[in-house]
Design a protein around this ligand. Structure first.
Ligand code: ZN
Length: 536
């Protein structure tokens, strides 16, 4: 795949939570990017709040890939945890059964939202050896200590503790309960937990037990991405204590930075009127002080979580489609709080409809299906990264090129997807306007150069929407649409009515019927002696 070749493209700037500034992106290894995103604790069905990070980082990976980087994107699955154990006990099934079910649910939802760029999803329980090894190293280096089957990280040994969020050890409250009495200081947090009876456990040098949450990310990111990798992502609610603790573990163990860029996405909250959504994050470790709940996210009491009934992501997708949700999420800059409402999704739906209608129009003009694009597996998208074109003598193509450049500039500016989205809208209206002005739907009047320029413009739309992960496949028809037999007879009638109108030179009526069908996702095909139709 060729790289974006324009000399005037500025470098990618990423806002680094660690430095609180935008920094030029320079990967550890030229041409390669290692990216880690803290994934879900799989104990219940996913809710929409879980989708924010994956959609954003899927888009980040797409853009970096587009720019020519080879990106290894890891999302971990926490499949051992108090909540999983509680859920397994409540349902009378094993912890691993709960985890398998909920991981499947999570992945199915990701795919509905077009998140298909994840390179690997390591599970904590499949990395116990690596985790134990990491803890042993920390003990040997003097940063951790074992007490009666538990192992804790000694926060006071880490002079840099709290650098991500400007805190110090006094702000950190590790595990309470029985473990609290074993710790050297309240700030210390568990790396390994002594098994209670009837809990899943693994053998370790300190006795049977299971890993703490923070250590799995340090161990798995090192195994897959190395000691220092490029981008570490997660929701803003994970900065403290989770990411501080990851940094403490990894950097004390290795004496080098864990990640070059720490990217944090804003959280989602219910906007006014969406009263059924609410609750606190479900990633708050028990016993830890939630500084975040008193901090930046003043509205955290309305933050989306499953705890107060925000679930039903599957129902939401069935009602609204995954594409609407993705579109909606990318309309907000990733670092901002997202105000969720179903009205917002409806608006996204109305905006998307304009694109869907355009794809029908594109098909009328060129007889080509917008969705018939080579997939990204072979990176053979016609314009992916190589979408340069000549604009000589064509103000239309010149304007398309400007929008493409603006899109790239927006993405270079800390992945401003909303800015990019505005350019996509600009492209859509430019394409529609050009099709109108050049009479492209009129085979007799149009000229082939205009059709070719128009198609070139559509290629750009396809290229840029690939980066946003939009329009990858036709949107599934909603349930409850007429069955095929009924639709056949209705369509036979409608086509007859249109033919009558045409025979009577009632062009307005004939066009109205065609446009109305288009809006409903049905395209008519006028052949030599009959009119066919198909859904798109
Ligand atoms: Zn993590």
């Amino acid at each position: 795949m060729s790289k974006v070749s324009q000399p005037d493209i500025p470098e990618i700037q990423i806002f680094n939570t660690l430095s609180r500034t935008k920094e030029k992106f320079v990967p550890v290894k030229p041409g390669r990017v290692g990216m880690y995103l803290c994934g879900p604790t799989v104990y219940k069905e996913a809710h929409i709040g879980h989708m924010v990070g994956p959609v954003i980082f899927d888009t980040v990976k797409r853009y970096l890939t587009y720019c020519g980087y080879e990106v290894n994107w890891v999302v971990n699955i926490t499949d051992v945890d108090d909540k999983l154990i509680a859920q397994a006990n409540q349902r009378g099934i094993s912890m691993s059964q709960v985890a398998t079910e909920m991981t499947a649910d999570y992945c199915a939802n990701l795919l509905e939202l077009g998140v298909n760029q994840i390179s690997s999803m390591p599970r904590a329980t499949e990395n116990i050896d690596e985790i134990i090894k990491f803890i042993q190293e920390l003990i040997e280096e003097g940063f951790a200590y074992a007490v009666e089957g538990d192992v804790f990280f000694d926060v006071l040994k880490d002079a840099q503790y709290g650098k991500l969020t400007n805190r110090n050890a006094d702000d950190q409250q590790g595990e309470g309960g029985t473990a609290a009495g074993k710790k050297r200081s309240a700030a210390d947090f568990a790396l390994w937990k002594l098994a209670k009876s009837n809990e899943p456990s693994w053998k370790s040098p300190w006795g049977d037990g299971r890993p703490g949450w923070h250590i799995e990310c340090s161990a798995m990111s090192r195994r897959i991405l190395g000691r220092t990798f490029d981008i570490h992502g997660g929701g803003l609610d994970l900065t403290f204590p989770h990411h501080e603790n990851e940094i403490a573990q990894s950097e004390c163990c290795h004496g080098e930075p864990m990640a070059r860029y720490w990217m944090h996405n804003g959280l989602m909250r219910a906007s006014k009127g969406s009263g059924k959504l609410g609750g606190k994050t479900d990633r708050e470790p028990s016993g830890a002080s939630s500084a975040e709940s008193q901090g930046e996210q003043a509205d955290t009491n309305t933050k989306i979580s499953r705890s107060k009934g925000a679930g039903g992501l599957r129902e939401l997708i069935a009602r609204q489609t995954g594409e609407r949700i993705r579109f909606f999420l990318l309309r907000t800059h990733y670092r901002s709080t997202i105000d969720f409402s179903e009205e917002g999704l409806e608006e996204a739906g109305a905006a998307l409809e304009k694109f869907y209608n355009f794809f029908i129009r594109y098909q009328r003009i060129t007889s080509l299906d917008f969705y018939q694009q080579p997939d990204e597996q072979g990176l053979s998208l016609p314009s992916l990264g190589g979408g340069e074109f000549e604009t000589v003598g064509s103000p239309f193509l010149q304007s398309i090129k400007e929008m493409r450049n603006n899109f790239i500039h927006s993405m270079n500016n800390d992945f401003d997807t909303n800015g990019g989205m505005s350019e996509i809208f600009g492209l859509l209206s430019a394409l529609n306007k050009y099709a109108d002005e050049q009479n492209l739907e009129d085979v007799a009047q149009r000229d082939s150069q205009s059709v070719s320029d128009f198609s070139r413009g559509v290629e750009t739309l396809r290229e840029l929407s690939w980066i946003l992960g939009l329009f990858q496949k036709p949107v599934r028809k909603s349930e409850g649409s007429a069955d095929e037999g009924a639709l056949d007879s209705v369509m036979g009638l409608v086509i007859d009515l249109r033919n009558d109108a045409r025979a009577g030179k009632n062009w307005d009526v004939a066009d109205k019927i065609r446009d109305g069908l288009n809006a409903a996702g049905i395209v008519l095909e006028d052949r030599k002696d009959e009119t066919g139709w198909k859904t798109i």
